[in-house]
Design a protein around this ligand. Structure first.
Ligand code: BGC
Length: 759
């Protein structure tokens, strides 16, 4: 494990002297371009002489035209202002405490009052409006479940609703940029940030995160997809060089970003701390200029992760558009040095203009300019039902030997461990949301960054008691094995809540901490009807699996976690979450048993080679013939489903897959149909890829016919020589399944050759 960092300031590092703060040449432009109108009511050409400095505010012009006019009206200093972002916290280590910055926020970019251009107020993250905790009190805001839970819903409309909800809270809290949309693939199950992301598969992660982004931006604010790219471990995140083959990256990690961007159209992208193939991600010409901006045609702006800027000239010329997290002068590339680099012709003026155009155009296009954010009331009751619906849809029932849902005969229920009397766990770091009521279990975890450990004040015990008023439910802390075993032995059923806190900046072992494995084993010995509820950020090992009767993966449940888990246990909600990641049986199954670089001293660069290429997660297990503990896509229900009548055909150049899903049980329930594809001749990184999926809600006895389109890039390989994806002609197997290893049926289909340009 990495040493915990004491504060964000230490981690960013301090600089020196005010130096050349914005001493660039103030050169207001004298010539104004011809601007073509978007609507027929505007004049064909806007004449320079007619233009006031506020001409850009004309809403009849397109965002491109308005950004151009704004740019032309700006001084060099104003341009530099727009591309420089400061840390938003009020703490002694932050030398730039703007009075307009929102309290304890991630970031602030001053506006241009002379021209009426908005400041940028930036907040984290994917589960809601987070608070940087340097100076409490924290903002209390609704917390969605963790990203990995939302991915477990396989339900894009729900992710979009969640995004719309947190985006509206960002707006009402005065933020117009939400640093949300984490889509790094899970390559390392121990990555401390897996909870923020969308799992291990590019299609599922891209679609789910894209939907979240769409929801956030429906509030006329900007969302930021992050951390671009290949930032898959926290150990040495700012000094690890990730080596990967281009075609492998294009069909795995980069494809997840590409799909999320297509689905969500995020206004900005955050480049990551790590190096990729020898160059820092924020000054990586290949990642930024070639892949993102050229191949994917990305028109938004690229901002650094906080402090991920390194070299003024390389950052600027290789595609960065905004630096963030400035707390002092010295190391910062725009604030101190960009004006000079332009004067010295090391960075073209056109590059700064392009940065400004991108930022201005995006804020205009997303509505953040014409519909300015303002502080306002939040409907916490309505938002509670949004987060609860998400949590209820994403809880995954992993194992059930006749113990769930809880029965009327379960009169005495022993609840053990996990602070289940008062709350549910959340993940730490910059994504930390403080939910209404504050931390239910104060005093745990690191005192400084990235702590503390925060439990949302939403009690599973109280919620279960109100679900099951006739049952007698008692909670035992689990700190003493003997009293836990006694409580379990005297109950009809025992439910152990086992937790693992994970957080940004640290990677974690896959073993539950604090001897919870021993606790579970002891409870299971005392009562055969033992259920384990896991609150974890990612997969964990389960040495006790055969001894327990039920396992539920509840992830980090968000601010309505208590009722959500209680309703799944009681049966009021039929579980329908499916794993977006593979749970390994043991470390020996992983491409890397531990994160690279764990033993390297701070400050030294090290390398991680992704020799597994695009064979990430279930693809790796399929390639190696490994049987995981729980496969990607797995999730049980209280009802039963069948999938039948599978057919595949090529129509309009697309592969269409039809089938019928039937609820054959006695309860309503949601099924997740998964379509995997494989070339019969081989030639991929692994035997199969997820090509399409759908979640269907069915009443008992009901059935639904579905036709899904397979994402064509998942039928292809990326060919760097052509700069395109190519589907090889030939026979492909289409498999309808309920997980990556549980196939219902398959058919063969012949596909013609197809070349797909990256955009
Ligand atoms: C994280 C980002 C976050 C930023 C601002 C960094 O530590 O990596 O995800 O948006 O801080 O808080």
């Amino acid at each position: 494990m990495n040493p915990m960092r004491i504060s964000r300031a230490l981690w960013l590092g301090f600089g020196f002297g005010l130096g050349s703060l914005l001493t660039g040449c103030n050169t207001p432009s004298t010539s104004v371009p011809s601007v073509s109108p978007t609507s027929q009511s505007t004049p064909a050409v806007v004449k320079p002489a007619d233009l006031a400095p506020t001409a850009w505010q004309d809403k009849l012009l397109s965002p491109d035209q308005r950004a151009e006019l704004l740019l032309r009206a700006m001084t060099q200093e104003e341009k530099l202002t727009l591309v420089t972002g400061y840390f938003g916290v009020q703490s002694e280590w932050n030398k730039y405490q703007f009075k307009e910055a929102r309290r304890q926020s991630a970031g602030f970019v001053p506006g241009i009052p002379r021209l009426g251009f908005t400041p940028q107020w930036q907040t984290d993250a994917g589960s809601g409006v987070a608070t940087q905790r340097e100076a409490p009190p924290e903002l209390e805001r609704t917390a969605l479940p963790s990203g990995i839970l939302t991915a477990s819903t396989w339900n894009p409309p729900l992710a979009e609703k969640g995004g719309a909800m947190i985006g509206s809270e960002a707006r009402s809290s005065g933020f117009n940029v939400m640093l949300a949309g984490g889509v790094n693939l899970m390559r390392e199950p121990g990555n401390g940030r897996n909870f923020e992301y969308g799992g291990e598969d590019p299609l599922l992660a891209g679609i789910m995160v894209g939907a979240l982004v769409r929801g956030i931006q429906s509030n006329h604010i900007v969302a930021t997809v992050k951390h671009y790219a290949l930032n898959n471990q926290e150990t040495g995140r700012d000094r690890v060089n990730v080596s990967i083959d281009e075609s492998a990256a294009r069909i795995s990690d980069l494809l997840a970003f590409q799909i999320a961007i297509e689905q969500g159209d995020p206004g900005s992208i955050m480049c990551s701390y790590n190096l990729v193939n020898g160059a820092y991600a924020c000054q990586n010409d290949w990642l930024l200029n070639q892949v993102l901006k050229r191949d994917w045609g990305y028109h938004g702006y690229v901002m650094t992760d906080w402090g991920a800027q390194h070299d003024t000239v390389l950052n600027a010329n290789n595609g960065l558009d905004q630096e963030t997290g400035v707390v002092e002068t010295g190391k910062y590339v725009w604030l101190d040095k960009l004006a000079g680099a332009i004067r010295d012709s090391k960075v073209p003026q056109a590059r700064l203009d392009d940065m400004v155009r991108r930022i201005a155009r995006t804020l205009i296009a997303k509505g953040a300019v014409d519909d300015p954010v303002k502080l306002g009331p939040i409907d916490f009751a309505a938002h509670a039902s949004v987060t609860q619906a998400d949590a209820e849809d994403g809880i995954v029932l992993l194992k059930n030997k006749g113990v769930l849902p809880l029965a009327e005969t379960d009169k005495r229920i022993a609840l053990i461990g996990g602070h289940a009397d008062v709350g549910v766990l959340s993940g730490g770091g910059s994504a930390q949301v403080y939910a209404p009521g504050g931390n239910a279990v104060p005093g745990l975890g690191p005192k400084g960054w990235p702590g503390p450990i925060v439990y949302m004040r939403s009690s599973p015990l109280t919620a279960l008691q109100s679900e099951l008023p006739k049952a007698s439910i008692a909670w035992t802390s689990g700190s003493d094995l003997k009293s836990a075993s006694t409580a379990a032995a005297q109950a009809d059923i025992a439910i152990v809540f086992a937790t693992q806190w994970t957080t940004e900046s640290v990677d974690f072992p896959l073993t539950l901490p604090d001897d919870q494995d021993q606790l579970i084993a002891a409870v299971a010995r005392a009562n055969k009807r033992t259920i384990v509820v896991l609150e974890t950020g990612g997969p964990v090992l389960m040495p006790w699996l055969d001894q327990v009767a039920g396992v539920v993966e509840a992830w980090y449940l968000g601010s309505q976690g208590g009722p959500a888990i209680a309703r799944v246990l009681s049966g009021a909600v039929n579980p329908s979450g499916h794993l977006p990641v593979t749970f390994p049986r043991g470390l020996e199954q992983l491409p890397r048993a531990k994160s690279a670089g764990v033993d390297t001293p701070d400050g030294t660069r090290f390398e991680v080679r992704y020799d597994e290429g695009a064979a990430v997660g279930y693809r790796w297990y399929a390639k190696k013939g490994l049987k995981p503990l729980f496969p990607f896509g797995h999730g049980l229900s209280y009802t039963t489903f069948t999938q039948s009548k599978l057919a595949a055909r090529v129509e309009g150049g697309e592969l269409k897959v039809s089938f019928t899903v039937n609820n054959t049980g006695r309860r309503s329930g949601k099924s997740v149909a998964q379509v995997y594809v494989s070339p019969e001749a081989g030639g991929w990184e692994a035997p199969k890829r997820l090509g399409a999926f759908a979640k269907v809600d069915l009443a008992p006895g009901a059935s639904q016919a579905l036709t899904l389109t397979v994402e064509p890039r998942l039928l292809a390989n990326y060919e760097p020589g052509r700069q395109a994806f190519r589907i090889a002609p030939g026979a492909y197997r289409v498999t309808l399944a309920t997980s990556a290893i549980d196939a219902d049926q398959s058919v063969s289909v012949t596909l013609p050759e197809r070349v797909i340009a990256p955009k």
